[in-house]
Write a protein that binds this ligand. Structure first.
Ligand code: ADP
Length: 305
């Protein structure tokens, strides 16, 4: 559904994207997760054809966004970070205007608008001016315009920002419901947000993808904690030679050096480490697997960025 390949983008001296590639399959709900300034909005603006990349290609449904911008935009429902809603206009008039802009034939507009109104549950305030609505209601109206033309792909930029806890739960439910009919890519800087709605997260930091995995796999990442009774000459280099070990971090030295050893997701490093310890005669004090929470994985990626 989406294929992004080698995107780079600079704003003057600021390099916002440094070679971003990923794919999203039809039917997926994918979270683009990263701290403020990571490059999420830049990716979304390029995907939706509102910004040109310096390098790289973007395809939606097999169509190149650069050469088929209008066809791509017809397939996408887009909720920008700050939806341009018109405060004096009623919800009804706004949706009618959007239907015109989307070139929905006049005799079909009522049916399209009713469906979007029903899906986002905004029938109760159609005649109210948009400026008089709460932030949560406005976000629903934003979602209604995004799905109005029945797009196969919904792209939402920080859809829950600024919502109170009740509104947040409602919008999450709404996004899950809308995802039954379209592929969804949404951005957020809040981990629980992504956890609540999607199965897969693309973690972006500093203009680069740091992880792209099913949330369950990320959370199941198991490290090993290994403590020696006393320092061993050349230990860290030997540790890196053990099968499956990606890197190790010294945690403490007080009661003998203690390390957190990182491997691949879902791989228990302990058997290989134990075998190495026996073979090399390392004076082990402790060896155990340690499953990390998604939050600690995210924080670790953030500090390494
Ligand atoms: P995010 O959506 O993850 O918060 P953005 O894509 O908005 O990140 O921004 C990525 C980087 O690009 C940031 O350093 C931001 O300050 C910078 N940036 C974004 N838009 C502009 C712009 N129009 N002009 C200059 N710098 C920008």
């Amino acid at each position: 559904m989406i294929r992004v390949e080698g995107l780079t983008k600079s704003y003057g001296a600021i390099q916002a994207l440094r070679g971003v590639s990923f794919q999203v399959q039809a039917g997926e709900i994918v979270g683009l997760l990263g701290p403020n300034g990571a490059g999420k909005s830049t990716i979304i603006k390029i995907l939706t054809g509102y910004l040109q990349p310096d390098e790289g290609t973007v395809e939606v449904d097999g169509l190149d966004v650069l050469t088929h911008r209008l066809e791509v935009q017809a397939r996408i429902g887009y909720l920008p970070e700050n939806t341009p809603l018109y405060p004096d206009m009623s919800v009804q008039a706004y949706l009618k205007m959007m239907a015109d802009l989307r070139q929905i034939p006049p005799d079909e507009q009522t049916a399209y608008i009713s469906e979007a109104v029903y899906a986002t549950d905004i029938a109760g305030f159609l005649n109210r001016p948009i400026g008089k609505l709460s932030k949560g209601m406005r976000q629903r109206v934003g979602l209604a315009q995004a799905i109005l033309h029945k797009p196969s792909l919904l792209i939402l930029d920080e859809p829950t920002i600024g919502l109170d806890p009740t509104q947040l739960v409602e919008i999450r439910q709404l996004i899950r419901r809308l995802a039954q009919n379209s592929t969804v890519l949404f951005s957020s800087h809040i981990l629980p947000e992504v956890e609540a709605v999607c199965h897969r997260a693309i973690i972006i930091m500093n203009g680069q993808i740091k992880a792209d995995a099913r949330l369950a796999d990320l959370a199941a990442t198991r490290d090993a904690i290994l403590t020696l009774q006393r320092p061993v000459e050349g230990f860290e280099a030997a540790l890196r030679q053990v099968r499956g070990v990606k890197r190790a971090e010294l945690l403490a030295t007080a009661n003998g050096p203690s390390y957190r050893v990182y491997g691949e997701a879902n791989v228990d490093l302990c058997p290989a480490l134990y075998a190495a310890a026996t073979q090399m005669g390392w004076p082990l004090r402790e060896l155990r697997a340690d499953t990390r929470t998604l939050e600690s994985v995210f924080n670790e990626l953030a500090t390494r960025a």
